[in-house]
Design a protein around this ligand. Structure first.
Ligand SMILES: N[C@@H](CCC(=O)N[C@@H](CS)C(=O)NCC(=O)O)C(=O)O
Length: 227
């Protein structure tokens, strides 16, 4: 009997995916690290089983051979999912969305996926060099040019404020990993002396994320405007 070939239009192939981890995903993190928190938040929103492993940054645990074997850059976060080890918060968000979600958090549509990627790049660029860096100075006493970081943060927030006038979430009207990647350092920006007062759209967006079922906050620090 000759094989039956079924032609399925590409747009009808959906990832009904949702795999489920055989054991809890291990998240190596630091409790005040926004990069770590974005991963914890997404694990929680996806309702996946996970285990938090605190890395003692003060004792330089992240620069020891055992940790460097997981991430040669010596940075948190890192996850271990069974045999798989993966570093970099945004890479982890992509992995979790592809493996454990059916396309809500990282759409398959090329234009929608690119819109999400645009915000992941922003999270790794202006967000890291703006609000995250400004907070490094106040929370961790890091030697940072705070004026420059605060100016960068305000430049970024002004763009976000405008874009959020026309959509509920960063990459459209439903939440995606674009929102998860950007949430934490914006919510904690006042700790780095970046006020959210001028940005009502941004503040409403933070509330929409905080209302998502499974939301977990990062511990706050009494620093900067939050002191
Ligand atoms: N690109 C990395 C950046 C991670 C990062 O900056 N981690 C910080 C904590 S928030 C860290 O481990 N810093 C210690 C170091 O760089 O030595 C990611 O997205 O995961």
């Amino acid at each position: 009997m000759s094989p039956v070939i079924v032609h399925v239009k590409k747009e009808f192939i959906v990832n009904t995916a949702a795999d489920f981890p055989a054991q809890p995903i291990r998240l190596h993190r630091f409790f005040l690290s926004g990069h770590s928190h974005r991963v914890e938040l997404f694990l929680s929103l996806l309702k996946l089983p996970y285990e938090l492993i605190d890395v003692d940054l003060a004792a330089n645990a992240h620069k020891q051979p055992a940790f460097l074997a997981m991430n040669a850059f010596g940075q948190v976060p890192v996850i271990q999912d069974g045999e798989m080890t993966l570093a970099d918060s945004n890479a982890i968000l992509v992995y979790l969305a592809k493996k454990y979600d059916a396309g809500q958090w990282l759409p398959r549509d090329p234009v929608a996926a690119a819109a999400v990627q645009r915000w992941l790049s922003i999270a790794a660029g202006p967000l890291a060099f703006g609000p995250a860096k400004a907070r490094l100075a106040t929370v961790f006493k890091a030697p940072v040019n705070t004026d420059e970081a605060i100016a960068q943060a305000n430049k970024l927030f002004a763009v976000m404020e405008t874009e959020l006038k026309t959509s509920s979430f960063l990459a459209g009207d439903t939440p995606t990993i674009a929102d998860i990647a950007n949430y934490t350092y914006i919510a904690h920006a006042p700790e780095g002396n970046v006020s959210l007062d001028p940005y009502p759209q941004l503040r409403s967006w933070l509330k929409r994320i905080e209302a998502l079922p499974g939301f977990v906050p990062m511990a706050s620090s009494k620093a900067g405007l939050a002191a």
